[in-house]
Design a protein around this ligand. Sequence first.
Ligand code: GUN
Length: 281
Amino acid sequence: MSATVLDGKRVADALCGDLRARAATCVARGNPPTLAVVLVGDDPASRVYVRNKGRRAAEVGIVTRDHHLPAATTTAELVGLVQQLSDDPAVHGILVQLPLPAGIDSQAILLAIDPAKDVDGFHPDNLGRLMIGRPRFVPCTPAGCMRLLAAADVAIRGRRALVIGRSTIVGKPMAQLLLAADATVICAHSRTMALADEIAAADIVVAAVGRAEFVRGAWIKPGAAVIDVGINRRADGSLCGDVEFAAAAERAAVITPVPGGVGPMTIACLLANVVTAAEQA
Ligand code: GUN
C-alpha cells in the first residue's frame, strides 16, 4: 500500500478537544450547549447512529435531550414537537434523525426547525446560504470530508474533484463546498455514463454511493485523494465503504478507511455546530 491512510478518529478527537473547552465556557456562563435528538421509529441503524452521537456529545460536555417517538407518529405531531423545541431557549440544536418513517413528510419536518438551531444544515435556508457562499450550518458529513482533506493538506484549488452521489445530505453540499474551495467539480450519479473514466480523471474522489466497494481500486488516478463516505455491510457481516479500499490504496496518495474515516468526523462536525449554536444563542 502506498497511500497515507487518513485517521478520522484522530482528527475528530482533536476537534472534540477544542469543542470541550468551548462547551466548558458556555457552561460557565450558565448556557450549557444542548442538543435535542429526535428519533422516530425503530430503524436499527438510526438507533446506533443516535446512540453514538449521544455518547460523543456527553464526552464533549454537550447536554442531549432524547425524544424517541413511535413509528406511527404523524407529520403534524412531529411538526408540533419540532416547533416546541425551536421555541425552547434552552435548546440550541435540533437533530431529527433521517430517514423518517414513510408516512411522515420529511420536508415539512425540516422546515419546522428554526434555521438557527438546524445543526444538521438541512433546512432550505441553510442549504441556500451554502449555495450563495454565506454558510451558517453546513451538513456534517461534507463538512467532515473537507476537514479531512485539510488535515491531509490536500490541495483543492483548480483541481478536478468528483463527487459520486447527489443526495441533499452529502453529495450536493459536498459539491458546493469543493466548488467554494475552487475545485473543478463534477457530480456523478446513477445515470452518469463512463463513470470509470470520470474517476480516472479525478484528483479528488468523494464516494457517497451507498454500495459496497462499488468504486474499483483500478479506476483511481495515481496520486488522487479518496474520501469514502459509504458504510456498508458485506455478505459476511463485515463493514466496508463504497471504495475497494486495498486496491485503491495502492494508487491513491491519501485515502480514508471504513470504519474510522468519515464517520467520526460527521459526529464531531455535528457537535461543532451545536457548540457554535450555543455560543451564538
Ligand atoms: N441520517 C444519515 N445521516 C444523517 C445525518 O447526518 N443527520 C441526520 N439527522 N440524519 C442522518
